[in-house]
Design a protein around this ligand. Structure first.
Ligand code: PMP
Length: 398
């Protein structure tokens, strides 16, 4: 029956993990991982998450199904976190929201909703973007295209290219925007550039579709990382928003996320939510409950939330420190190249500017593994390996 099924191509990132595992060298470094590691290189379960789980265990909740759009206390608290408790759309009860299978599920529900109800089925993605974006939207029946984003020469934002492409796109096109900590480049627009993007999006009647997978995890501040989302809402844009609690709560495998749409009125919100249910029901019926309970236990308790915020900041600060250490070490080794982008970029990923050949050399000669686009995961850097890493990068980039 399946004789005609062809072998699919391997996942680029998983390939790196394989190669890393095979390498026998003791001081090998894996910079391909998309999850946070502490300074000893180990995965982290946040103390606030452990505390929330202990409370949940003691409260002996049953395991009955959540509603189709999830646990309502969770979706309310997730919306508060993203939009701000004082947000006009929350006060006016015009945010349609559903719990999702983490950020990927939010993107998929958003994609399905657009396919069904948005007049244009085109969606513009930054070039480059998280590799799964195009796959998710294509699977939803949309046509992903790209807008210029990254400038190889400056290892920074191609702001003129971005604005030009948004201006040249057909009016009313959906545009995917990374709310903060752009993956894979680590390059974000400045607040002033966001304001200009908002103006163009408004003038063109484009539909701003935000993916916020790193709120708090980028800068260490929930508010700062939500700047673009909240600014667009203040400017009257009816945005779409995908949220993930994978990174900022370290709930990766628990699959905790939310998808929301700003509606014009409370009545419109109700109609949209009824359609969320119609989309979700045949896909997975209703979302998992454990992770959403953890998140709402944390967000719903002032003391536990404060503890969590401090923990998020610790993670963000560690990455900011590792960026600085990497740059300092490269300079101390006498590298004459400009490494300013290492510290000006933000989040878990850094586009080093290394070529595919240089990346191959890193793996072969130094047992340092990262993707061939030169993206390194800052989470894989520790105070113990940063010196050797800098040496390796310096040697291959001389
Ligand atoms: N969007 C972006 C930009 C991401 O980097 C990721 C995770 N790497 C996601 C969405 C989704 O992740 P998850 O489904 O684990 O929440």
């Amino acid at each position: 029956t399946w004789a005609s099924v062809k072998m699919g191509p391997p996942d680029a990132i998983l390939g790196i993990t394989e190669a890393f595992k095979k390498d026998q060298y003791e001081q090998k470094i894996n910079l391909g991982v998309g999850a946070y590691r502490d300074d000893a290189g180990l995965p982290v379960v946040l103390p606030s998450v452990i505390e929330a789980e202990e409370r949940l265990l003691k409260s002996c909740l049953d395991k009955e199904y959540a509603g189709i759009t999830g646990i309502s206390n969770f979706t309310k608290l997730a919306a508060d976190l993203a939009y701000g408790e004082e947000s006009i759309v929350l006060k006016e009860d015009r945010l349609a929201v559903t719990q999702t299978i983490s950020g990927t599920g939010a993107l998929r529900i958003g994609g399905e909703f657009l396919k069904k109800f948005h007049p244009s089925t085109k969606i513009l993605l930054p070039q480059p973007s998280w590799a799964n974006h195009a796959a998710v939207f294509r699977s939803s029946g949309l046509q992903p295209e790209t807008y210029r984003y990254y400038n190889k020469e400056t290892i920074g934002l191609d702001f003129e290219g971005l604005i030009e492409d948004l201006k040249n796109a057909e009016d009313g096109t959906a545009v995917l925007l990374h709310a903060c900590a752009h993956n894979p480049t680590g390059v974000d627009p400045t607040p002033d550039q966001w304001k200009q993007i908002s103006e163009v999006v408004k003038a063109k009647g484009h539909f701003p579709f935000f993916d916020m997978a790193y709120q708090g995890f980028a800068s260490g501040s929930i508010e700062r990382d939500a700047f673009a989302v909240r600014y667009f809402v203040e400017q009257g844009h009816q945005i779409a928003l995908c949220q993930s609690f994978a990174k900022n709560m370290g709930l990766y495998g628990e699959r905790v996320g939310a998808f929301s749409l700003v509606a014009e009125s409370s009545e419109e919100k109700a109609r949209i939510e009824s359609q969320f249910k119609i989309l979700v029901r045949p896909l997975y019926s209703n979302p998992p409950i454990h992770g959403a309970r953890i998140a709402s236990t944390i967000l719903g308790d002032a003391q536990l939330k404060a503890q969590w915020l401090a923990e998020v900041k610790t993670m963000a600060d560690r990455m900011i420190t590792m960026r600085q250490l990497l740059k300092d070490n490269l300079e101390a080794l006498g590298s004459t190249q400009n490494w300013d982008h290492v510290t000006s970029q933000i989040g878990m990923f850094c586009y080093t500017g290394l070529s595919g050949e240089q990346v191959d050399e890193l793996a072969q000669k130094w047992s340092v593994y990262c993707t061939r686009d030169g993206r390194i995961s800052i989470a894989g850097i520790t105070s113990g390996n940063v010196k050797r890493l800098a040496q390796a990068i310096h040697e291959v980039s001389k």
